[in-house]
Structures are given as C-alpha cells and as structure tokens.
Design a protein around this ligand. Sequence first.
Ligand code: HEM
Length: 127
Amino acid sequence: MNPSLSIYDNLGGAGTIRRLVEAFYPKVQENPLLGPLFPEDITPVLEKQFMFLSQFFGGPSLYSDAHGHPMMRARHLPFPVTPERAEAWLGCMRAALEEVGVEEQLRDAVLQRLSGPAFHFVNTTQE
Ligand code: HEM
C-alpha cells in the first residue's frame, strides 16, 4: 500500500472496485441479517455501490454525477440498520476484499474507512 495515493488508486481503480462489488453482493444476499433487506434484482444496487465506492475512495465522482448529493445516511433511513447489521455488512466486505485478493494492509485501510459510515448509518436497535 502506498499511503500517498488514494484508496481508489491503491486498489487499482475501476476494475478492482467492480470485482469487489461483484464479490460483495452475493455475500450480502446470502447473509440472514442483510439479505431480506435487499431486492431480488441486485443489479441496480450493485451499480450504485460501484459508483459510490469509486468516489468515496477518491476516484471519479460517478455517484454524485448520476444521483446528486449522496446523503447516504438519509438513503438508509427506510431500512432498519442495527449495529448487528453494520457488523454483518463489514464482514461481507472483509470477505469480498479477501476474495478479490486485496493485500492485508490495504484491506484493513478500506475496512477502517467504511466502518465510520457503517456505524453512522445505524438508525435502530430493533430488527
Ligand atoms: C451498515 C449496514 C448497511 C446496511 C444494512 C445497508 C443496507 C442497504 C439497503 C437495504 C439499501 C437499499 C437497497 C435498495 O435499493 O432497495 C442500501 C443502499 C445503498 N447502500 Fe447500504 N447498507 C449498509 C451500509 C452501507 C455502507 C457502509 C455504504 C457505503 C459507505 C453503503 C452504501 C450504499 C449505497 C451506495 C446504496 C445505494 C443508494 C441509492 O439508492 O442510491 N451502505 N443499503
């Protein structure tokens, strides 16, 4: 990992982000806490996540260009995001990073970067 580069560039850009979201959503869908929250056709969510993570990690502002201000916490308010679901989400992301072959130091940096928002999106303790 090169700390003077963005996470996006450390990951190797769009190709890796795409492989990451493609590895991530099957795990989300199979997860008993997360799967039921998501639509059967995951493609639109996967595309939005590709755009969001590209910009969140320091790449091109694909998400804002297409969908406006992210307001990500607000966009999660319709869904019961519990602390357990935030942990599960990050667990799926860890497994996806491993599957895609992201080295340990970079993997930890990515997870650290995502854990802030994940726990910030928690909006209930009830399922
Ligand atoms: C904390 C646990 C989380 C849960 C349970 C969760 C769940 C969800 C759900 C249910 C959706 C909507 C799917 C639909 O369109 O029907 C969604 C959308 C989305 N989530 Fe999460 N999410 C979590 C964390 C995160 C994190 C940490 C990020 C990124 C930092 C993220 C980024 C997104 C994006 C970009 C969308 C699409 C938003 C849009 O519709 O434009 N989520 N999430």
